[in-house]
Design a protein around this ligand. Structure first.
Ligand code: SF4
Ligand code: SF4
Length: 222
């Protein structure tokens, strides 16, 4: 899932300053799971904004609505009647959701209310960890399913740096050494021979370093 967190209220108030009629639009999938932009967060943010504005003697009309996903046109359409009524949309989706809305509603400002941070998982209740950097050429098969591109602080592909202590990364004491985890996992899977393979320097062209990417599925194009 895409993980993000809501922007600070002061920043949100500042980007909303020029507008009187607003729609706070939530997204009911990834950002809902990470407590940044689902229906509950939309309602909470609307209340906080009304209170903050009221304290300053200002008033704005704030509507609330949440769609299942702001990154899919099918769901974006449901927001159309609400978007029509407002001067600006504060989107609580990830950056893809905001831009999905921008493509659909050319004449209405769509503003980000969330800082999109990474692709990850919920490891424990309230703890989200980054697991994939979308490098475009997944090598997880060689690493026992643990990604050194994302989880090794030095992005090492051919084994550990030697700096870890007690399974902890030398760069950050709060991070497990990815290579320790990879070796333990390969041991469990009886695949330690994978470590004998030399992994050449990674070609970053399929990653974002090669510019914005597109995925074309000819079999799904109508
Ligand atoms: S190797 Fe690339 S695609 Fe696979 S998990 Fe790591 S960053 Fe993501
Ligand atoms: S200690 Fe482990 S995770 Fe940290 S940089 Fe070295 S190999 Fe990578």
């Amino acid at each position: 899932m895409i993980v993000g967190e809501q922007k600070p209220i002061a920043e949100i108030l500042s980007i909303l300053e020029p507008y009187e009629k607003l729609l706070i639009l939530g997204c009911g999938t990834c950002v809902k799971t990470c407590f940044a932009g689902g229906e509950d967060e939309v309602a909470a943010l609307a209340s906080v904004l009304r209170l903050a504005l009221g304290k300053d003697g200002r008033k704005k009309e704030i509507q609330e609505f949440t769609v299942e996903r702001q990154c899919e046109d099918e769901f974006i359409q449901e927001a159309a009647p609400h978007v029509k009524e407002c001067q600006a949309v504060l989107s609580l989706a990830c950056g893809a959701g905001v831009q999905g809305m921008v493509k659909r509603f050319a004449k209405v400002p769509v503003l980000p209310g969330v800082n999109t941070t990474f692709i990850g998982i919920q490891e424990n209740q309230g703890l989200f960890t980054e697991e994939c950097q979308g490098c475009g050429n997944c090598g997880l098969a060689l690493f026992g399913g643990i990604c050194p591109v994302t989880r090794c602080s030095k992005k090492l592909l051919n084994g550990p740096c030697g700096g870890s202590r007690n399974g902890v990364c030398e760069v950050d004491p709060d991070t497990e050494c990815a290579w320790q985890l990879i070796i333990e996992r390969l041991t469990t899977l009886n695949q330690l021979d994978n470590l004998k393979l030399y992994i050449p320097p990674k070609n970053w062209q399929p990653s974002l370093s090669g510019g914005p990417r597109k995925l074309k599925r000819e079999d799904h194009i109508i």
